[in-house]
Structure formats: structure tokens, C-alpha cells
Design a protein around this ligand. Structure first.
Ligand SMILES: Cc1cc2nc3c(=O)[nH]c(=O)nc-3n(C[C@H](O)[C@H](O)[C@H](O)COP(=O)(O)OP(=O)(O)OC[C@H]3O[C@@H](n4cnc5c(N)ncnc54)[C@H](O)[C@@H]3O)c2cc1C
Length: 464
């Protein structure tokens, strides 16, 4: 590495898995790196927070092995702190438990024959329609009907999707289904039979479903161990990580269309650092709104129309050694949509005869779920009791964790706004926006890290 390359300084906005991994790749290549994050610990969504001696994830986070190179790198960093865990997830549906992802055999076991016939006919009708006429779905509702048939959509997806997003499926973009919704293997199986008899599926496709048998990785301190280890390798290699530091401005050089500096506020004090390259993993609207001088008015308007769904996570310490027979269970019609028990994946809980539950909800900032009103907590506790998970009296502590940007919202018509904003960013030659928040997409941790690695490679190739 020449001295001139070494002197290049990359500023990375955000210390989630994407930003951290970008910094890992760059520091390993000998580059000067500074990471800036507003949180009080590295990891973004994918960390845990310590409350009264126990660790609580911001939604259960386990690492997949799908990206072999990244997995091996993480394994080498973490050594024996990773705990391999077999995927054991369930869906609670119509009074029964189903394995997640939904399997064909389970479906046949659990659903009355008449109902199954009805769903199959719906799927059959949808598949005939899409095999006869090209059918481009106008919104998520049409995409779901096309994928699963009307009866299954009405029964399984409609209300759940509405409650989860706070938006009717007809107001969500079809892109949401094609990029976020996992395929149901049971439905895939029926579609295969239909295509064997000549009724081919030419409609939309959901993403590949999770594998039934898969090894995940966790730790005794929850999700926090992985970002902690990546952060350590970055600082060991000479990189700097500023926590409790909110990005306030991205300063542009108008003549060269480049980022020349980043300003951030740490503990009430303003700082500015110069940079040669900038990788942003913070929410893309925030990046655009912090540009100085301002982005054009139409770009700022487009940025205002890009929204995220906040999440409120209820971390409960319960006086029961074990509450559920799974890593996590999805619920369709409860105050929460998923309950995880990370102790079943190896989390150390104090006292040892207690357990921790991670109860996940989507919300709006300031609503009853976000604030954790007594009424809402009572609904959570009574739904947990109704599901035989734990009683109100079992709950010893309740901690609420938040993220304002839990999920990108693919509302109807979001695509042109996103395109406009991304194309403005592309016009700034040394700025990249990536990761879950910066790319406005739905990666898992390994994919977010891969996005970070790609951004770092782009910097390295520009550095020669
Ligand atoms: C409930 C839930 C469960 C999940 N479970 C899993 C799982 O089991 N396995 C899995 O692989 N993936 C899981 N994911 C996905 C995983 O969280 C993401 O893939 C990953 O966090 C994306 O990393 P990122 O760095 O792109 O974004 P983030 O983790 O969101 O990081 C962005 C960072 O930017 C910082 N930031 C934002 N604004 C500013 C600002 N103005 N100034 C400074 N810093 C700022 C934030 O503090 C944050 O640290 C889950 C996601 C959710 C919501």
C-alpha cells in the first residue's frame, strides 16, 4: 500500500453490521477509517442492550451461515463466543403450531380437508388467471392474491399485513411482496403440481423462503457479541469509532460534487472531520436532509416521502426457567407479532431459573406501544397468558427498546421517490448509500455486511 493510499480517509456513517463490516474491510486493507454512530454501542438494530444485568435484543437476532466468507470471518473473530443453534421457529395459526417456514406436510395435517380444498381452489384460480393473461399486480393486495389465491389471502395475509404495517395491503407496493415476503414451501409445492399439468405460474414471485434445516449463531450475551467483536478488530487495526455521535451535516464541495467533511454532535459538542470517501448506512432521507449546501427541493420532497416503520420491543424477565418450545413463534392476532426466547439459543439469564422473552411489535413513534402504556402492557401480558407462555405474575421486569427505523415501508408509489433520491446520491462521486437504512431494503445481517464489504471494495478500487 503506497503512502498516498494510506492517507485516504473514509468516514462511515452508522455502526450497524453494514457500516462496521465496511470499516472492517477498509482497516484490514490499511485505510484510515472513522465510524460515526448516534447509538451508545455498536451494532445498530443487531445489538442487545443490558438492563439490570440481563441482555435484551432489539428483536431476536441470529446470524445465518449463507455467506460463507463472511461467516468464516465472523467465526474467526468471535472464537468460542458463537453458539450454533438449529432453526426451531413456529407459526401459531388457527389454534395450531406450524413449523416456520410453513411446510406442505404440516398444512395437510393441520387444516380441515374442506378448508384446504377451498384454499387450493383459490390458488388454482389465481394460477389459471396468471397463466392465461399477463397480470402485473398494482399493489401488495393483488400480488398476494396472485401468489396465494384469494381465500388464503383473505384468511391469512389481509388483516395481519394491515395490522403489522398500519396500512391496508392495497396501499402497499407489490415490490414489498417480491422482495420481502418469504415463499411458503407448501404453496410452492401446490404450484409445482399445477405446472406439471400445464398451468404454469407466470405471475409474481416472492423471495426464497428460509431453509427448514439451518444453523444459526448466537451468544451467551445475545446479539451484542458479534458487533462488539467486529468493532474491536476495527479499533485494533487503527480505525476510530465515535459513539453517541449524531451526524448533523454532510458537507459537499459544490465545484467537485464530492463530500469534503462530515459534522456530528457528540454529547452536545459539535465536531467536523474531513474525508476523502463517505459510506452512509444511516436512513437515506436523513442523509439527503443533512446535505450542505441543501439538496434540490424535488430531492428533499422525495426524501420526505420515504418512510420507515418503527418498532417497540418488550424485553421481559420472567420467573420461569423456560416459556416456549422454540427460538421464536410468530403470532397473527395478538398484541405482538413475534415472541422469542433467546435462552433457548444459549443466552445467559440471571437468575438462572428465570428466562427472558423478546416480545416484538410494530408501532408509530409516541403511540401506546411505543410509550408502553399500562393498558398496552396489560394486553401484552394477557395475550402471553392466553398463549400459555407466562402469567402476569411471572413477569419480574419489563424493558422497552425502540427503533424509529425498524422496517422500510414500501408504500404504494415509493419507487420513484427512492429512485430520485438515490440518483442524486449517485451524482456525488465519493458518496455511497447502502445497508438496510441507506439502501432502503431488507437484508439480513450477513447480507448487510456483504453490502458494506462491496462499498468498501468500491473505495479500495478508487484508491487504486
Ligand atoms: C426485529 C428484527 C429482527 C431481525 N432479526 C434478524 C436475524 O435474526 N438475523 C439476521 O441476520 N437479521 C435480522 N434482522 C435484520 C438486521 O437487523 C439487519 O440486517 C441489520 O441490522 C442491518 O444492518 P445495517 O448496518 O444496514 O443497519 P442498522 O443495523 O439499522 O444500522 C444503522 C446504524 O445507523 C445509525 N444511525 C442512524 N441515524 C444516524 C445518525 N443521524 N447519525 C449517526 N448514526 C445514525 C444507527 O444508530 C445504527 O447503528 C432483523 C431485523 C429486525 C428489525
Amino acid at each position: 500500500m503506497s503512502d498516498s493510499n494510506k492517507s485516504k480517509h473514509t468516514v462511515i456513517l452508522g455502526a450497524g453490521p453494514c457500516g462496521l463490516y465496511a470499516a472492517r474491510v477498509l482497516t484490514r486493507a490499511g485505510q484510515k477509517v472513522t465510524v460515526i454512530d448516534k447509538g451508545d454501542r455498536p451494532g445498530g438494530l443487531a445489538t442487545s442492550h443490558q438492563r439490570d444485568g440481563n441482555w435484551y435484543d432489539l428483536g431476536c437476532h441470529m446470524l445465518h451461515e449463507f455467506d460463507k466468507e463472511i461467516w468464516e470471518d465472523i467465526r474467526d473473530m468471535m472464537g468460542n463466543e458463537t453458539i450454533p443453534v438449529e432453526l426451531n421457529a413456529k407459526i401459531r395459526w388457527a389454534g395450531s403450531f406450524y413449523r416456520y417456514p410453513l411446510q406442505g406436510g404440516d398444512m395437510f395435517k393441520g387444516i380441515p380437508l374442506g378448508t384446504l380444498f377451498f384454499y387450493t381452489m383459490g390458488l388454482f384460480a389465481a394460477q389459471i388467471r396468471s397463466s392465461l393473461v399477463p397480470w402485473v399486480p398494482k399493489n401488495a393486495e393483488e400480488a398476494l392474491v396472485m401468489l396465494y389465491g384469494k381465500p388464503l389471502y383473505e384468511f391469512f395475509f389481509k388483516d395481519f399485513t394491515h395490522r403489522y404495517w398500519g396500512i391496508h395491503p392495497s396501499e402497499l407496493s407489490a415490490t414489498f411482496i417480491t422482495t420481502k415476503m418469504p415463499r411458503l414451501s407448501a404453496v410452492d409445492m401446490l404450484k409445482k403440481y399445477l405446472s406439471k399439468i400445464g398451468i404454469k405460474d407466470r405471475g409474481v414471485h416472492a423471495v426464497d423462503s428460509a431453509l427448514r434445516e439451518e444453523t444459526l449463531h448466537y451468544s451467551t450475551t445475545g446479539a451484542e457479541a458479534m458487533p462488539r467483536h467486529i468493532a474491536r478488530t476495527i479499533t485494533d487495526a487503527g480505525g476510530t469509532i465515535h459513539l453517541n455521535s449524531e451526524v448533523t451535516s454532510v458537507v459537499l464541495d459544490e465545484a467537485s460534487h464530492r463530500v469534503k467533511a462530515v459534522r456530528y454532535r457528540q454529547n452536545g459538542v459539535d465536531h467536523e472531520i474531513a474525508c476523502d470517501e463517505c459510506i452512509s448506512t444511516i436512513p437515506i432521507p436523513h442523509l439527503v436532509q443533512s446535505a450542505e449546501p441543501s439538496a434540490p427541493a424535488d430531492v428533499l420532497d422525495a426524501a420526505r416521502n420515504i418512510r420507515y416503520k418503527p418498532i417497540a420491543i418488550y424485553g421481559l424477565l420472567v420467573k420461569k426457567p423456560k416459556c416456549i418450545d422454540a427460538l421464536y413463534i410468530y403470532y397473527r392476532d395478538r398484541a405482538f407479532h413475534r415472541v422469542g426466547e433467546p435462552k433457548n439459543a444459549g443466552l445467559k439469564v440471571t437468575p438462572a431459573d428465570h428466562s427472558v422473552l423478546i416480545v416484538e411489535t410494530t408501532c408509530e413513534i409516541g403511540d401506546e406501544k411505543w410509550r408502553g402504556t399500562d393498558d398496552f402492557k396489560e394486553r401484552v401480558f394477557s395475550d402471553l397468558a392466553a398463549e400459555n407462555i407466562c402469567t402476569r405474575d411471572d413477569v419480574v421486569e419489563c424493558h422497552i427498546l425502540h427503533s424509529e427505523t425498524g422496517y422500510p415501508v414500501f408504500s404504494l408509489g415509493f419507487e420513484p421517490n427512492l429512485d430520485k433520491v438515490k440518483s442524486w446520491v449517485r451524482g456525488i462521486s465519493n458518496l455511497q448509500t447502502t445497508g438496510r437504512q441507506g439502501g432502503f431494503t431488507y437484508p439480513n445481517m450477513h447480507s448487510a455486511m456483504r453490502m458494506g464489504a462491496r462499498a468498501a471494495q468500491a473505495v479500495l478500487s478508487r484508491a487504486g
